[in-house]
Design a protein around this ligand. Structure first.
Ligand code: UDP
Length: 491
């Protein structure tokens, strides 16, 4: 074996089974392969189908990349093919899928043993991979698919519990330790931070595994939040590499953008694309709540009226619900709405899944209403777009504060309650007037001109950081070199 071969890194990527975690990790895995590593992505059958096209195409271009398919347990009574959190439609299904994912551990460990990698890049939600890597005497990288800013917020809230002793859940308190003065109400905190629950126990295990990792791999970039990256490193005390935005770095062609993370190919010239092509630049608002959100019927009605009353062009991605949930009524309402919008030429609905990268990069798209999932934020930043922020759960309220108060490229719609799925109750619903107000501010005000300029500037920085010589580019090269040195010293 020649020295070069000898030095080829063998890296296993282990993504969590939800688009917000899988998309960036698969993009990162493809980048490793593109820069010479031998890459294996471990995942289950249905999930493999959503990435197979990209992997096959990379492989056929000469890169050393493959998926290793493991079996999702069939004993749990989940419908056939439900192997991803986004496909769950009831709390019972969610419980089963989390259980199923935990049951994958022995299969995954045996793949580690079989492939003898030089490094494991593990999603944060597999804390046990710290032990697997230790057994193999290889580095484990903790993959965090969100921002360094949110990571710092999580850690400082866990450590200082600033909300303890507040008189009400809506009273704001400053988050200690950050570089900016950020205030938060307990109702905006991730549920497990607001009040201890089963998730708190799991997250403490996750955080312990983070500190025992060789380093953190993060889909972000220095020009966006370098200060927080430094703060993160100093706080946690481990290395960290920001190598994003990975979506823009690896998905260059329209085909790659259109089919990313979805097993169904985009049909040629869909209605909404022709419609988008007919619109002026920066005139359309893209409205998406990510891959996991389930909104109540009452909230859907408010969004529809808000969009219509705003008078602006929009594309809205709406997920069909499963059985129950008052689906019939909602579907009728949405079909009427869709027909009306088609007639007035004001808006389109995309059902279930949109090729988000393609839409964000389209010249007609001028802004986004986002639930503040980190991937959607980075993808919008990469396209130079300002945002209307509508956080719903997890760290999304932290991301909103970063967008609105630190980067100043977001207009808040005024959501107040952090809650997974549609269980926010009447008080958590955002009314149509609030949406209209935010849309008018984002799409037409003086204030928004400055915001748009800042967003464009960040978009340019995002493009530069992933080019040869850019910060994220250099970080990735430096990380790969370091992993090679570790491999050599092991040998
Ligand atoms: N996504 C997409 N089409 C959709 C919904 C989501 O392509 O209709 C992608 C989106 O581009 C992003 C990911 O799925 O890469 C969602 O991640 P994010 O962190 O934004 O939110 P989450 O779904 O995890 O809440």
């Amino acid at each position: 074996m020649g020295t070069e071969n000898h030095l080829q890194l063998n890296v296993i990527f282990l993504p969590y089974l939800t688009p917000g975690h899988m998309n960036p990790m698969v993009d990162t895995a493809r980048l490793f392969a593109k820069h010479g590593a031998n890459v294996t992505i471990i995942t289950t059958q249905t999930n493999a189908l959503t990435i197979q096209k990209a992997i096959d195409s990379d492989f056929n271009s000469g890169y050393s990349i493959k998926t290793y398919v493991i079996q999702f347990p069939s004993s749990l009574g989940l419908p056939d093919g439900v192997e991803n959190i986004k496909d769950c439609t009831t709390p019972q299904m969610l419980e089963k899928i989390f259980h199923g994912i935990m049951m994958l551990q022995p299969q995954i460990e045996s793949v580690f043993q079989e492939l003898q990698p030089d490094c494991i890049v593990s999603d944060m939600f597999y804390p046990w991979t710290v032990e697997s890597a230790a057994k193999l005497r290889i580095p484990r990288l903790y993959y965090y698919s969100a921002s360094s800013f949110s990571s710092c917020v999580y850690h400082f809230i866990q450590k200082h519990k600033p909300h303890k002793g507040l008189e009400s859940d809506s009273q704001k308190v400053q988050i200690p330790g950050l570089l900016d003065k950020i205030e938060i109400a307990p109702t905006e905190m991730d549920e497990f931070q607001r009040k201890e629950n089963d998730m708190t126990i799991l997250m403490n295990v996750v955080y312990a595994s983070e500190r025992r990792s060789y380093g953190t791999l993060c889909n972000s970039f220095y020009e966006l939040e370098g200060g927080y990256e430094e703060l993160y490193k100093n706080t946690i005390g481990i290395k960290s590499w920001s190598v994003g935005p990975v979506s823009a770095w690896i998905n260059k062609t329209d085909e790659e953008k259109a089919n990313r993370g979805n097993k169904v190919d985009l049909i040629e010239e869909p209605y909404w694309l022709n419609w988008l092509n007919s619109k002026q630049s920066d005139s359309v608002l893209y409205v998406s709540f990510g891959s996991l959100t389930r909104l109540s019927y009452a909230q859907i009605v408010e969004i529809a009226h808000g969009l219509e009353n705003s008078g602006h062009n929009f594309i809205w991605v709406v997920r069909k619900k499963g059985e129950g949930d008052g689906e019939g009524e909602e579907e009728c309402f949405l079909q009427d709405f869709e027909a009306r919008m088609k007639e007035s030429d004001k808006g389109c609905i995309i059902w279930n899944w949109a090729p988000q990268l393609l839409i964000l990069d389209h010249p007609a798209t001028g802004g986004i209403v986002t639930h503040c999932g980190w991937n959607s934020i980075l993808e919008s930043v990469s396209s130079g777009l300002p945002m209307i922020t509508w956080p719903l759960f997890a760290e999304q309220f932290y991301n909103e504060k970063f967008l609105v108060q630190v980067l100043k490229i977001g207009v808040s719609v005024g959501a107040k309650v952090n809650k997974f799925w549609s269980t926010v109750g009447e008080d958590g619903i955002v009314g149509r007037e609030e949406l209209v107000k935010a849309v008018k501010t984002l799409m037409g005000s003086e204030e928004s001109r400055e915001m748009r300029k800042r967003a464009k500037k960040l978009g340019d920085a995002a493009k530069r950081t992933i080019e040869e010589g850019g910060t994220s580019y250099n970080n990735l090269m430096q990380l790969m070199d370091e992993l090679k040195s570790l491999k050599m010293s092991r040998n």
